[in-house]
Write a protein that binds this ligand. Sequence first.
Ligand SMILES: [Zn+2]
Ligand SMILES: [Zn+2]
Length: 239
Amino acid sequence: MVNFLKIKNFLLDLLFPIKCLDCGKEGVWICNHCLDTIPSFNHFICPVCQRPSSNGQPCPDCQKKSALNSLWIATNYQHPLVKKLITNFKYQRVRSLAKPLGQLLVKLLNNLQVLNLLPDSSTLLIPVPLYWQRERQRGFNQSNLLVKQINKHFPWKINTSALKRVKNTQSQTQFNAKERQRNIANAFQVIRPNEIKNKQIILLDDVFTTGATLQEAAKMLHRAGAKQVYGLALAKRAN
Ligand SMILES: [Zn+2]
Ligand SMILES: [Zn+2]
């Protein structure tokens, strides 16, 4: 099976040679040089109103409205290369982009010294789940692949069994903030609350727009007894 896959990939590479999506260098989807040119998001925003916040915590006005205890974002979706990478990753199904994109998340977590805050393996890394049908169509959950990259560098355990997506929501991209909230309401369920109770959780989604998805999932995790839920996103997209 592995050999068959290798042959298939070899033939695909012959027909469609892999090139850096930015500079065209052969052999990689994104070369290290171009990856380094991607700017960090480098400021914190309140996870609800998106006004500047000193450390990603909800601002005093939004504290009661936020299920996320903090929000950490790696980069900006508006950056043309970031957009290109994420589009290829999700919609062209270039799985191997998980590694360089994961590096952006690892860099952020290192810069923020999150290990000081969450030093041990009792912390859970939870990727925002997709509805099973969507995951089957795509062949993978992009957030699962990203948490696997994070897991290589930090002691936190991945948990994909506790939180489920139980509603086949429409894609959020077409909706405004209010509609997004309505669309995502009750989309998630914690099916194994014993795995969530009293845990510190890093909840990952690829793109953060209004935060409706992360907030809704975090709400369910808190209902199941989570101690803290930190939102982590690869890129901030304009509302
Ligand atoms: Zn390049
Ligand atoms: Zn706020």
